[in-house]
Design a protein around this ligand. Structure first.
Ligand code: ADP
Ligand code: MG
Length: 316
């Protein structure tokens, strides 16, 4: 579409990297992957009215479009390097694009991600970002490889983004700390790097802990037990909802972009210390067990039916 809009984007997302041999402007980008590393590639689309409410400010869309992709790279233990941006706009709204690109650029600079190209077309508002990064051969963190006896961990706190969304839907004003988790997620890139060679599986929590840990169990052909009382929730979430709602949000709420990972339980102290050094909390929330599927355990080890644990109200 409009050359002007591409220029608006290019000027605001001006991260330069020596490994971009040829960036925006030609038919395609030329990128130098470091020797000995594997290219890690992912893409995610945000559609207006589906992945963000119509009327979301352009700054939040720009930030989140890149953030959700860096979260996927983080979950692979990859170091982000480059992004491609396919923008579909209802009309050539320069102000929207400026505000979008300003925030996309701020986030890209913080993570040293160069925008290497993209596409700009007309249609219903949608943003597709492709993120590219690298990881040394054989060090990528995947969803398969969890073994019975491993501990299950999660970074940070769970349920904040879903808590904010719930309050918005109930027309309650949500605390800033929760709104920030919903609109400006901070993917756990540094934690993903720190977990290389330590975690034996890793996934980012984008659809909710039950769903995402469920993927790990399915791909690892194993089961897991989660201790309801161990789920980490933020002070802001705890101040906004009763304990049971907090638990349900932590289990089934999406959009937190924390990492859920497994590792031999003997490495717990090492893991918590390594993540603390980069300012990232980590909590052991359960264990990998023989069998399949997830079980939720209450105080004293009694099983809580997952169907009653918020799954239904929050699943999508
Ligand atoms: P083509 O017709 O070859 O696809 P485009 O006009 O779509 O050319 O793109 C021209 C250049 O601008 C290409 O290098 C492309 O990667 C880049 N580009 C287009 N849209 C975007 C965008 N939204 N973000 C970043 N780069 C873009
Ligand atoms: Mg094009």
């Amino acid at each position: 579409m409009e050359f002007d809009l591409i220029e608006v984007i290019r000027a605001r997302v001006n991260v330069t990297r020596s490994d971009v041999a040829l960036g925006i402007g030609d038919d395609a980008a030329l990128l130098d992957v470091p020797a000995g590393q594997q290219l890690v590639a992912c893409t995610d689309t945000l559609v207006a009215g589906v992945h963000f409410p119509v009327g979301t400010v352009p700054e939040d869309i720009g930030w989140k479009a890149l953030a959700v992709n860096l979260s996927d790279l983080a979950a692979m233990g990859a170091e982000p390097a480059w992004a491609l941006l396919a923008l579909t706009l209802p009309d050539a709204d320069a102000t929207f694009v400026e505000r979008f690109a300003e925030s996309f650029g701020e986030f890209a600079r913080a993570h040293r991600v160069a925008l290497a190209g993209g596409d700009t077309t007309q249609g219903p508002l949608a943003v597709t970002v492709t993120a590219l990064g690298f990881v040394p051969h054989d060090l990528a963190l995947t969803r398969s490889g969890a073994r019975a006896g491993d501990a299950v961990f999660v970074t940070g706190t769970l349920g904040d983004a879903a808590g904010a969304l719930k309050m918005l839907m109930e027309v309650r004003s949500a605390p800033a700390a929760l709104l920030a988790r919903l609109h400006r997620p901070e993917p756990r890139v540094a934690a993903g790097l720190a977990l290389r060679g330590i975690a034996n599986t890793c996934i980012d929590v984008s659809d909710g802990l039950l769903a995402d840990l469920g993927h790990v169990c399915a791909d690892s052909k194993i089961g897991a037990e989660i201790e309801a009382d161990a789920l980490p929730v933020s002070p802001a979430l705890a101040a906004s909802f009763d304990a049971e709602t907090c638990r349900d949000l932590a289990l089934a709420g999406g959009d937190d972009y924390e990492l859920c990972f497994t590792a031999p339980s003997a490495r717990e102290t090492e893991i918590v210390e390594a993540l603390a050094r980069i300012g990232c909390g980590a909590t052991r929330i359960g264990r990998i067990v023989a069998g399949s599927g997830l079980r939720l355990l209450g105080a004293g080890g009694n099983e809580i039916q997952i169907a009653h644990a918020g799954w239904e109200h929050f699943s999508r």
